[in-house]
Ligand binder design. Structure first.
Ligand code: DAH
Length: 338
């Protein structure tokens, strides 16, 4: 009996070490320990039939053999599993396959345009100033020479937050805030978001402006025209004229609207400019003496010019975009082109 136990143990150890696969190993386990007909199972039954004196020794030997073989089965199982995960039959990774591109964000075309405009004016010595988007009635209207019942307020259909708080309808109130806080010489621009109750193909209730102000002794309209012409050249290249058309804004006198020659047809007339050859891009003028008085400047000594440029209009001309709403629909097919 001792010899049979030792013999089975040797045989089991040899076969387990040689088992080529997890399947083969499982078949081996059943052959050795299966409830019906397993070699160790049968041997255990035989031990029970031995004479009483012979049982303890053979029982112990058999248990030792079973434990050892069971351990070996587990070890081999681990080996085979690991080989399966890393070996030549493991799932292969094709390192030449093109990777998945991470999605890279980009700046919005309006941000790009606003940054471009700021760069152009910074190079001409302007500094950036900022003001709040929720503005007081005073800064947005009154200090800019638009008293409460002034009809000019109708030019800018306003979102009121409270009786004296509005979503700013233009960036011009930043002129007021800057002049209240600083003394001449002043040469500032204010890029920002503005709000009006107005919405159609060429108007959005939210849009952007870059405001400009230069105030000092001896500033005149020639400075205004020169700086704005230079701005058009820096943004669109040479050869496009800028013209002033007389216009009215309560905070300037005289006031003008500025048209540039159409980028698409260079003045010949096309769909972009409605056949006129010109597109309006800004409002401007010489700061009204009453505005200077409102901020405590002496209009007999200080003169200045101001302008407000429509950022969307510039972006549309720069990139040949026909519909202002494209800037606000967040359509990736549009935004990814910039
Ligand atoms: N604030 C005006 C608007 O939103 C634009 C403007 C016109 C700004 C004349 C100015 C200016 O500074 O002088 O329509």
């Amino acid at each position: 009996m001792e010899e049979r136990i030792a013999e089975l143990r040797r045989l089991a150890e040899r076969e387990i070490s040689a088992a080529p696969s997890l399947d083969a190993l499982e078949r081996l386990r059943i052959k050795l320990f299966g409830r019906k007909g397993g070699a160790f199972t049968e041997l255990t039954k035989s031990v029970a039939t031995l004479p009483v004196e012979a049982r303890p020794l053979n029982g112990r030997l058999l248990n030792e053999a079973k434990n050892s073989v069971t351990n070996l089965l587990e070890t081999r199982h681990r080996e085979l599993s690991r080989a399966l995960a890393t070996g030549p039959t493991a799932p292969q990774i094709d390192t030449t396959f093109p990777g998945r591109r991470p999605h890279i964000g980009r700046r919005h075309p309006l941000t790009l345009t606003m940054d471009l405009l700021c760069d152009v004016f910074l190079r001409m010595g302007f500094q950036v100033r900022q003001g709040p988007e929720i503005e007081t009635d005073y800064h947005n209207f009154e200090a800019l020479n638009m008293p409460p019942d002034h009809p000019a307020r109708d030019m800018q259909d306003t979102f009121y937050i409270a009786d004296d708080k509005v979503l700013r309808t233009h960036t011009s109130p930043v002129q007021i805030r800057t002049m209240l806080a600083e003394r001449p010489p002043i040469q500032m621009i204010a890029p920002g978001r503005v709000f009006r109750r107005d919405s159609d193909l060429s108007h959005s209730p939210v849009f952007h402006q870059v405001e400009g102000l230069m105030a000092d002794r001896g500033i005149h309209m020639g400075h205004l025209k020169g700086i704005l012409q230079r701005f058009v050249e820096d943004v669109f290249g040479t050869g496009l004229a800028l013209r002033f058309r007389p216009s009215f804004f309560p905070f300037v006198e005289p006031g003008a609207e500025g048209d540039m020659q159409c980028v698409a047809c260079r003045g010949a007339g096309c769909g972009v400019c409605g056949g006129s050859g010109w597109v309006e891009i800004l409002g401007a003028g010489m700061v009204h003496p009453r505005v200077f008085e409102n901020v405590g400047y002496d209009p007999k000594k200080i003169t200045g010019f101001a302008f407000g440029i429509g950022v969307e209009r510039i972006a549309m001309l720069l990139h040949n975009v026909g519909n202002i709403r494209l800037f606000y629909e967040n359509d990736m097919r549009f935004l990814e082109q910039f």
